[in-house]
Ligand binder design. Structure first.
Ligand SMILES: Nc1ncnc2c1ncn2[C@@H]1O[C@H](COP(=O)(O)OP(=O)(O)O)[C@@H](O)[C@H]1O
Ligand SMILES: [Mg+2]
Length: 283
């Protein structure tokens, strides 16, 4: 990517940590304040998770409905046409649809499992590829093209289902920002200078205004009037969940945006050194 940043392009990096409110530090009951903050954070995490489940359910239901229609129609065709070629075609289509259904189910089950968010050495490439299976049709329907550039990268310590949630949020936002026709570019690469694996999601959408850019990671901040026809968006919880997930992974999230041109989110995950990876694998 050329680094010729135009003056109207904005970038922010999310601040790390949650104790930015310095005024609370002189209270006489710091432990009580801390526990209230802790409770609110846990509650927010729960609300974020529920919002994610709602969106996931809506996507999966749509997808399964499409698959069922395919299976029904080809089963009818196979019954109606007795010749070998038609039946062969019908069975092939039915098999394809059923295989796709099985792939979706295993991805969704994977997302539901591991709620504790246990970290393990993870290759981001196949993980992100699995996530794309879920949204493939939806993106096609909205005429959004997806281009991927996946390089060979070291493992990172990650909770797979969390990363998938992060990815679903970023892709849904990108798709919604595009509106009509556009492109989403997803890149995974190793960055030596920070010894990290960088995941970039770049869209050709509307961009984010200078006024809104500092607010987008705040819980409940949204510019959308409600869920779209796919049942997604409008809660303002997508990016706050992304930020939480990135923090849990000791990563950094950065956004760059140009109005009318698009937005790019990049997330840096600390790469595991070869030694760590081996230790973990043999443990
Ligand atoms: N890729 C993007 N392009 C343009 N605006 C975005 C993008 N991602 C997020 N935003 C802005 O950030 C806001 C917050 O996003 P999010 O937390 O996912 O909530 P929601 O999608 O429910 O509005 C969005 O309402 C939108 O204004
Ligand atoms: Mg969103």
């Amino acid at each position: 990517m050329p680094e010729n940043r135009s003056s109207d392009q904005l970038a922010i990096t999310s601040s790390n940590g949650t104790s930015s409110n310095g005024t609370l530090s002189h209270t006489h009951e710091p432990s009580q304040t801390e526990s209230t903050v802790g409770q609110l954070q846990a509650r927010l995490a729960q609300v974020e998770r529920l919002a994610a489940i709602g969106e996931l359910t809506s996507t999966t239901t749509h997808e399964f409905n499409n698959l069922l229609m395919t299976i029904l129609n080809y089963a009818k065709m196979g019954l109606r046409n007795k010749d070998e070629a038609s039946r062969e075609k019908a069975f092939t289509r039915i098999l394809d649809a059923a295989n796709r259904g099985a792939k979706i189910t295993s991805t969704v089950l994977g997302l539901a499992r591991n709620r504790s968010g246990e970290m393990e050495p993870t290759n981001l490439v196949p993980l992100i590829q699995d996530t794309l299976v879920l949204l493939e049709r939806e993106l096609q329907k909205y005429r959004v093209a997806v281009e991927t550039q996946f390089e060979e990268v070291p493992n990172v310590m990650a909770a797979g289902n969390q990363i998938q949630r992060l990815m679903l949020n970023l892709l849904t936002n990108a798709r919604q920002a595009i509106g009509e026709v556009g492109t989403i570019r997803i890149r995974i690469a190793y960055e030596a200078k920070s010894n990290s694996v960088v995941l970039t999601v770049r869209d050709s959408g509307s961009g984010i205004s200078a006024e809104n850019l500092p607010k987008i990671f705040e819980p409940f901040f949204t510019t959308k009037s409600g869920p779209d026809s796919s049942g997604k968006g409008g809660t303002g919880l997508g990016l706050s969940a992304c930020k939480d997930i990135v923090d849990q992974h000791h990563g950094r999230i950065r956004v760059e945006s140009t109005i009318g041109r698009g937005t790019s989110f990049s997330i840096r995950f600390p790469a595991m050194s070869g030694e760590q990876a081996t230790l973990k694998e043999s443990a």
